[in-house]
Design a binder for this molecule. Structure first.
Ligand SMILES: C[S@@+](CC[C@H](N)C(=O)[O-])C[C@H]1O[C@@H](n2cnc3c(N)ncnc32)[C@H](O)[C@@H]1O
Length: 181
């Protein structure tokens, strides 16, 4: 969804930090902070990727703001488990926190409410509510429910500016054919 056109990443619920390993393998060389609640996972992340420059911290972004701003925040697999608290409320809180700590975009994946076979311990997100949460932040939102039957991704960009004369978002200006040009 985001390619590699960003220089810094906040990986929320990073686990072992394998997102960093993936990006590194693609040749990406930016600033990376992985945060998680589980010390053992962070320790393993530090062991694997610390020597390459990745940083890891134990914290819950919904409870504590950090002095780290990134181009993008990513949350992969973080919203999949059913919580004792309201799952959607947790997602909305986390989305708001990711938004505060980024300048370009936030992206997250979900198990989808379209799933026909379900486990009691998992949370199947209502697609409409998730996209509404994104649209509350920005007009520039992409919902991708086209790569797996029962999962989807939401990406929300900060810059949703456009002009009245040419009402498309900036990355699409190159496709606009202007009269006389
Ligand atoms: C399914 S794992 C995914 C790990 C990693 N993102 C990946 O794709 O390999 C979800 C992770 O989210 C973390 N997590 C859940 N709630 C969190 C929270 N409030 N703050 C930070 N991390 C959280 C869990 O500890 C777990 O490591």
């Amino acid at each position: 969804m985001l390619g590699q056109s960003f220089e810094s990443v906040l990986d929320v619920g990073c686990g072992f930090g394998d997102l960093f390993g993936y990006l590194w393998g693609l040749g990406w060389r930016g600033r990376y902070l992985g945060i998680d609640l589980v010390p053992e996972l962070l320790e393993e992340g530090r062991r694997r990727y610390g020597p390459l420059g990745a940083r890891f911290e134990r914290l819950d972004l919904t409870a504590t703001d950090i002095d780290f701003h990134a181009d993008v925040a990513v949350a992969i697999g973080v919203f999949n488990h059913r919580l004792r608290q309201d799952n959607l409320a947790f997602f909305r809180q986390m989305l708001a926190a990711m938004w505060r700590h980024t300048t370009v975009a936030v992206t997250a994946d979900f198990l989808s409410a379209t799933a026909d076979r379900r486990r009691d311990d998992l949370f199947y997100a209502p697609v409409g509510e998730v996209v509404q949460a994104g649209l509350a932040l920005s007009k520039r939102v992409m919902l991708h429910h086209g790569y797996m039957p029962f999962e989807f991704n939401l990406t929300v960009w900060h810059d949703d500016s456009f002009t009245v004369e040419v009402p498309v978002f900036k990355p699409y200006l190159k496709y606009v054919v202007r009269d006389g040009s």
